[in-house]
Write a protein that binds this ligand. Structure first.
Ligand code: FAD
Length: 307
């Protein structure tokens, strides 16, 4: 691939498994690590429009399939880590880790505590409308800067992103480069104490030391009297998985965690096919046991390995 004036790093056939939390997956045709937003824009301007682009955060919500990804993966690094605070506004580079942003905000007396226990990057948090403890990215989002697939730097609004549960409408191939958030005020010591308590609560109930990608399936939506799915997720995925007898179920090196049955973990040596196959088996068993079709919350990308 010929690129003029690029300052970032372009690597062909890059193995993606070490870039994801689950440590599985094949290679990407190319991995590009831009030096900064202008460098990314220059790269995308020159990239053949027919080549798919996949922006990757820190891979905490991904299963990359064993056959890899026929695409250019864009991974943001050091040039996208900045965090600036101005009054109640926090602007973070898309590669900044959620936990880091939450701590910096708390130091300044700003409440982004819900981000503290989410292991992703700010770009991934916007794309996935990440949230926990009753708060979501959509609640604090003001605007973001993106580089579009054709290499234009633009601002994007909440209306354009149309946040939904664990989802937003980012244009195809666009890469978030920075995000502006507005946070409520709090007392720094109290915010830090709250985050410490949340970390403890997680460690108690979730397999935080294992390789996972967080919740595997969405909590099933309820149904209103009209039969329309609503946005209340009171029925817990872990409960229907337990009822279907799948807590602790294994396939190869993949397991539905004994500690929290909605966490799919790589116990060591799992392939993406083991993980996805086990997830699909859980969906079948749950459907057979209670008629509910679980929906994946983990994104699965790329191609299966051909034998
Ligand atoms: C132990 C554990 C606990 C978790 N708990 C929670 C939780 O409580 N709440 C929750 O919401 N999630 C949770 N997650 C899931 C995950 O951390 C979030 O979805 C997170 O927001 C993903 O961020 P990431 O940077 O890892 O994105 P990735 O997994 O790398 O990518 C996810 C999506 O975001 C897109 N993306 C990432 N960066 C960019 C960018 N710069 N520009 C454009 N698109 C981008 C990718 O293309 C992909 O579509 C958990 C995961 C783990 C492993």
């Amino acid at each position: 691939m010929n690129m003029d004036g690029i300052r970032g790093r372009l690597t062909p056939n890059r193995n993606l498994s070490e870039l994801t939390w689950l440590r599985v997956g094949g290679t990407a045709d190319y991995l590009f690590q831009p030096a900064d937003a202008d460098d990314l824009a220059l790269f995308l301007t020159q990239l053949d429009p027919g080549v798919p682009v996949f922006p990757m955060g820190v891979g905490s919500n991904l299963i990359v399939r064993d056959g890899g990804l026929r695409a250019v993966v864009i991974r943001l690094g050091r040039g996208f880590n900045g965090i600036e605070i101005d009054g109640d506004l926090i602007t973070a580079g898309a590669a900044a880790l959620d936990s880091h942003v939450a701590r910096k905000a708390a130091d300044a007396g700003l409440d982004l505590t819900f981000l503290r226990t989410i292991p992703g990057s700010i770009g991934g948090a916007v794309r996935m409308n990440a949230g926990c403890y009753g708060s979501y990215m959509a609640d604090v989002f003001v605007s973001a800067r993106i580089v579009t697939r054709v290499g234009e730097l633009r601002e994007i609004t909440a209306e354009q992103l149309a946040f939904q549960y664990r989802q937003s409408d980012l244009p195809d191939g666009a890469v978030l480069v920075s995000v502006k958030m507005r946070a409520g005020m709090g007392e720094a010591a109290e915010l830090h104490a709250r985050m410490a308590a949340q970390l403890q609560a997680r460690d108690k109930s979730q397999p935080t030391k294992d390789r996972s990608a967080g919740s595997t399936f969405r909590n099933p939506a309820g149904f209103s009297s009209t039969g329309q799915a609503d946005d209340v997720h009171d029925l817990k995925a872990w409960k229907v998985i337990d009822d279907a007898g799948m807590r602790g179920a294994m396939r190869g090196g993949a397991q539905m965690s004994e500690k929290h049955s909605n966490f799919l973990i790589n116990t060591g040596g799992a392939t993406a096919a083991d993980l996805e196959g086990l997830g699909e088996e859980v969906r079948k068993k749950v459907y057979a046991s209670c008629g509910i079709q679980l929906e994946w919350e983990i994104m699965r990308i790329g191609e299966p390995q051909l034998d």
